[in-house]
Design a protein around this ligand. Structure first.
Ligand code: ASP
Length: 373
């Protein structure tokens, strides 16, 4: 710490933000290291780039909404979830919530997790069908159960019992059209394209990408949103329709604590979008938090996990000709001082909102170029 920084500008925090030294000592918990954090933090919200793109029926993006609520004194988790609800409900974002691209059987299955830093609570749902806002079901798991993760039919029954509206089908005309196009490519003998009945297809999604029918973020699309308020309270949420055309029941990183999201109220928050399997293998959000606990800046902590992903990616099908990964993966990170970063394997964008208003910024890439050659 610089000598110029006065001690009164900092407080010592432990398990929950705002604990005094005495209270923390009396708890005597060796697993809750004391940390110096600013006694007043500049609130900030970071998210994936779609957090500053979609507005659904309102006039605010996710990061704007979350930041506004945080500065008006709302609970930070309520704020970031209200932000991502905008994207979940907006059918134009086909990677999250309603209108998210479906699985291999044409069914939209949604994943979400959330963590409350100060309360040290977590909730998540996986492969949830029929609820437009899985993040609210994840928050309900956090608030109302002893569990951290509920999946599949159980998640839907849980949501129904908690009063969530269950819909038969979360596809939109757009998501069903793209799914049918994909199905015709991978299974042309059963799903006939009236115009190209004779054409056999393979590597369908890549062909669709090359033809501009899909964007990289459609195949891997999600929103993660993390926020910190002036008291240094940190929360985060991640919500997604997951990998398009996935095997039914596949969970990616988004609902898994430590992968798609991790929050430690005394250290920071990290969340992810991109190839979930790469994140699951390395549990990157947890590693980022541990790097920051040891003093790393959010950007350096993010670079560390990107290097680890690169080192652990050795299968040829996942590599470009130059030996680098052929997929994108991004991390959005805040520490307890309110410092933040967006980092990625290849150049990407992320969203941020602070007192200066919402912005879409360039991430810090580990590698030059793009995931596809
Ligand atoms: N990470 C998400 C998943 O693997 C998808 C994405 O963000 O692209 O399910």
């Amino acid at each position: 710490m610089s000598k110029k920084i006065k001690r009164r500008d900092f407080m010592i925090t432990s398990a929950a933000a705002g604990l005094t030294i005495a209270a923390a000592k009396s708890k005597g918990s060796p697993s809750a290291p004391l940390m110096l954090v600013p006694s007043s933090v500049k609130p900030v919200v970071v998210s994936s780039a779609n957090g500053n793109r979609f507005k659904h029926t309102g006039n605010e993006t996710a990061v704007q909404k979350a930041f506004e609520m945080i500065t008006q004194g709302a609970d930070v988790l309520d704020a970031v979830i209200a932000g991502v609800n905008i994207v979940e409900l907006d059918p134009l974002d086909d990677s999250v919530g309603y209108g998210g691209l479906p699985n291999a059987e044409g069914v939209v299955q949604l994943d979400s997790s959330c963590m409350h830093g100060p309360r040290k609570r977590a909730g998540a749902v996986g492969a949830l069908e029929g609820v437009r806002t899985p993040s609210l079901v994840a928050q309900s798991v956090l608030d109302n159960t002893d569990h951290h993760l509920i999946v599949g039919r159980g998640a839907q029954e849980y949501a129904r019992s908690m009063g969530f509206k269950i819909e038969d089908d979360l596809n939109t005309e757009h998501s069903r059209k793209l799914w049918l196009e994909w199905k015709r490519k991978i299974d042309p003998e059963h799903y006939l394209d009236p115009k190209k009945r004779a054409e056999a297809g393979h590597r369908a999604a890549l062909e669709m990408l090359a033809a501009g029918r899909l964007r990289e973020e459609n195949m891997h699309g999600t929103i993660n949103c993390d926020g910190i308020n002036a008291k240094g309270e940190i929360c985060g949420v991640t919500t997604t329709s997951g990998l398009s055309w996935k095997i039914p029941g596949r969970l990616g990183d988004s609902p898994i604590l430590g992968a798609g999201l991790y929050v430690d109220g005394a250290v920071g928050a990290a969340g992810s979008t991109g190839r979930g399997e790469a994140n699951l293998y390395n549990l990157c959000s947890f590693v980022i938090i541990e790097e920051m606990r040891r003093g790393a800046h959010p950007k350096d902590a993010g670079m560390e996990v990107l290097k680890r992903i690169k080192a652990n990616t050795i299968e040829k099908r996942l590599l470009k000709a130059d030996g680098n990964p052929n997929f994108g993966i991004n991390f959005y990170i805040i520490n307890a001082q309110g410092e933040y970063a967006g980092v990625s394997m290849y150049q990407a964008k992320y969203a941020m909102c602070n007192e200066g208003g919402p912005q879409t910024l360039n991430t810090e890439p580990l590698l030059p170029g793009r995931p596809s050659e």
